[in-house]
Structures are given as structure tokens and as C-alpha cells.
Design a protein around this ligand. Structure first.
Ligand code: NAD
Ligand code: IPM
Ligand code: MN
Length: 338
């Protein structure tokens, strides 16, 4: 458990109550956060990633604090773990739990039910680049985007395998190959290569700008979306909105067969922090993804049913139309665990 910063601490506290009720897990709390960094100068200790690998799973709240403007601790703790543990699949399901929560006119639960596979270990996040003449009028800033055959292939393959296994017959791949004619040509090549191995799966290419528009205009056409780290970041915040708000969205950072990391899609929301107002559902549904990955699918379904029931009864935080605080909203879900 890495509760982290801001509302990360509050939403993981709510999730832990659910995990405690289900039992069978030995939770170990790690203090890594902005507070810890500011007090000790340490973002993550030298043996931190090895320590994380020794657990069965990692549950994170959120990382980000205005007192650490270069976001160094989040880079080491969050992105560092994704990179060092090679968690190449960022799985972000987008499922509307109640028609009432959809911000789109006339859309219902049947229209919003897709998953995003976001490449999670390369792209423009790798930190390759630098600044020359920084702070002067001649400043040059370079931030390279890395796309490797291996990296692109394994995430697109994962999306096709998921579509086939779940009987979700359509994969949409989104890139910007019309402008990024080298890096994203690789995405095109690999997508077409793999497409021929999955004749049972409908494969469609979209430019990311058009896909972003279509997510708002007609999300029902999407079942499985695969894209790079930056575009995946942006469209999964849109996905959060389609579910009623960012507080509803869950995610898993996976390397199949290895220690994986689970966290809500949202950040530390500094203006909300400490006020018992943050929605704990994204964090709680992330624990369901964690239990499912740990082989406890029935417990994962129990959590999902309890969340849906609480949402249907309006026993939620204010961002999704309820009147409860974070703790009470978590307890409303806890009471409904059958
Ligand atoms: P944010 O996700 O924290 O907040 C965006 C908006 O969504 C805000 O209006 C916030 O109030 C709302 N929101 C988010 N989570 C909510 C919840 N659980 N309940 C109700 N409303 C919620 O994004 P931001 O404001 O851009 O970033 C704040 C900090 O968090 C930054 O330091 C950023 O880098 C960091 N961040 C971390 C993660 C992560 O740890 N995975 C993800 C995103 C942002
Ligand atoms: C997310 C976050 C992170 C990301 C930030 C905090 C680096 O926005 O998990 O969606 O972009 O991956
Ligand atoms: Mn994000």
C-alpha cells in the first residue's frame, strides 16, 4: 500500500476497510509520498523497486503535491515503478454504472462500456531529452518519444488477446501517424501485422484526435482501445468523465504473471484533500481489479456489485450526486458486501 499524497490517503483508507472486511491479505504500508520526501530527501529508497517486487501486488492512492513542483517523487514512485517493474499494460476499464451519471445527452449504460489499453513503459514519458540555454530567450527544450517494436507489439498483442478472450470483437488503435510519421508508422506496421493473426477481431485504426471526438459523440462504438502512453492518459480522463467523473475510474498497471500495481485513474486533487469529500469508488474498484488479478474473481465481483448498488441508491459522494463524505461513501459500499 502506497497511499501517497492528498486524497490518495483518504481513498485508499476507504479501500482498505473493504479489503479488511474481505480478509486474506497481509497489508504492508509504505510511507512514500511528498511528505516523506520533504522530510527525508528520499523519494523511493535504493532497494525500493526490489522491495515492491517482493509483494504479490501494489495498491497506490495518488502522487502529486504542489510543494514538489518538479514532481520528482511522483516520477520515482509512480512512473519509476511502472518502468522498473516493466508494467507495460495500463488497463483502464470505462463502464458507466448508472444512466444518471452519464454526462452525454440520451446515453445509457449500454453506450459506455469499453476498455483502454495504454502502453505504460515508453513513449514520451521516458525522460529522454534535455534543455539547452535554459531560462534564456534562446532556450531549447527537447523531449523525445521512444517507440520500440517490442513495446508496441506487446501492448497491441495484449489488446487483441483480450478482445478475443472476452468475445469483445473490436479493437481500435489510435495514433497520430499522419503527423508523427516515424514513431507512429511503427504503430501502424505492428497493428497491421497483428491484425492478420486475429481475423475474428474487427480491427480499426483511428487518428487520436478523431477518436477523442468520437468518445464524446458515440462511445458505444468502442469496445477495446489501444494507444500510447500520452494519448492513453488523455482519453482515460475523458473515460472518467463518461463514467460520471474522474473519481469513478479504476486502473491496473500489469505485467502478466508478475507483481502488478493498482490505482485509481485520478490524481491527488489538492483542493479536495483533507476535507473528506473525495470519491473513493475509483480506488475501491481498483482493489477489485487487484483481487481479480490475485485470483479472487468472486471477491472482485462482490466489490463491484456493492459499488453498483451504492451508486443506484445514491449513497455516494457529491461529485456523483450524493451527499456523503469519503468515509461514509466507503462505508455504504462496505455494508453492501454480500
Ligand atoms: P486530479 O485527478 O487530481 O483532479 C482533476 C479533477 O478531478 C479535479 O477537479 C478534482 O477535484 C477531480 N477529482 C479527482 N479525483 C477525484 C475524486 N476521487 N473525487 C472527486 N473529484 C475528483 O488531477 P490534477 O488536478 O490535474 O492533478 C493533481 C495532482 O495529482 C498533480 O500533482 C498531478 O501530477 C497528480 N496526478 C497523479 C496521478 C496519479 O497518482 N496516478 C494521476 C493524475 C494526476
Ligand atoms: C495517470 C497520471 C500520471 C500519468 C501522471 C501523474 C504522471 O496522470 O496515472 O493517469 O500521466 O501516467
Ligand atoms: Mn492521468
Amino acid at each position: 500500500m502506497i497511499p501517497g499524497d492528498g486524497i490518495g490517503k483518504e481513498v485508499t483508507a476507504a479501500a482498505v476497510k473493504i479489503l479488511d472486511a474481505l480478509g486474506g491479505l497481509d497489508l504492508h504500508h509504505l510511507p512514500w509520498s511528498a511528505d516523506h520526501f520533504l522530510a527525508t530527501g528520499v523519494t523511493i529508497p535504493p532497494d525500493g523497486y526490489d522491495m515492491l517486487r517482493s509483494f504479490d501486488a501494489i495498491l497506490v492512492g495518488a502522487l502529486g503535491d504542489p510543494r514538489v513542483p518538479d514532481n520528482r517523487h511522483a516520477r520515482d514512485i509512480l512512473l519509476g515503478t511502472r518502468f522498473e517493474l516493466d508494467l507495460y499494460v495500463n488497463y483502464r476499464p470505462v463502464r458507466l454504472l448508472d444512466d444518471r451519471l452519464c454526462p452525454l445527452k440520451g446515453r445509457t449504460r449500454a453506450d459506455v462500456d469499453f476498455v483502454v489499453f495504454r502502453e505504460n513503459t515508453e513513449g514520451i514519458y521516458v525522460g529522454v531529452g534535455g534543455r539547452f540555454k535554459a531560462g534564456t530567450p534562446d532556450e531549447i527544450a527537447v523531449q523525445e518519444e521512444i517507440n520500440t517494436y517490442k513495446g508496441v507489439h506487446r501492448i497491441i498483442r495484449h489488446a487483441f488477446e483480450f478482445a478475443r478472450a472476452r468475445g469483445r470483437g473490436a479493437v481500435a488503435m489510435a495514433d497520430k501517424s499522419n503527423a508523427m510519421t516515424d514513431g507512429h508508422a511503427l504503430w501502424q506496421r505492428v497493428f497491421h501485422e497483428l491484425q492478420s493473426e486475429y481475423p475474428d477481431v474487427q480491427a480499426t485504426h483511428f487518428y487520436i484526435d478523431a477518436l477523442a471526438m468520437l468518445l464524446v459523440q458515440n462511445p458505444a462504438q468502442f469496445q477495446v482501445i489501444v494507444t500510447n502512453i500520452l494519448f492513453g492518459d488523455i482519453i482515460t480522463d475523458i473515460g472518467g468523465a463518461l463514467q460520471g467523473g474522474l473519481g469513478m475510474a479504476a486502473s491496473a498497471n500489469l505485467h502478466p504473471g508478475r507483481t502488478s500495481m493498482f490505482e485509481p485513474v485520478h490524481g491527488s486533487a489538492p483542493p479536495l484533500a483533507g476535507n473528506d469529500v473525495a470519491n473513493p469508488i475509483g480506488a475501491i474498484l481498483s482493489t477489485a481489479l487487484m483481487l481479480e488479478t490475485l485470483g479472487r474473481a468472486e471477491d472482485a465481483r462482490r466489490i463491484e456489485r456493492a459499488v453498483e448498488d451504492a451508486v443506484h441508491h445514491g449513497e455516494t459522494t457529491r461529485d456523483v450526486g450524493g451527499t456523503l463524505g469519503t468515509r461514509a461513501a466507503g462505508e455504504a459500499i462496505l455494508r453492501r458486501l454480500d
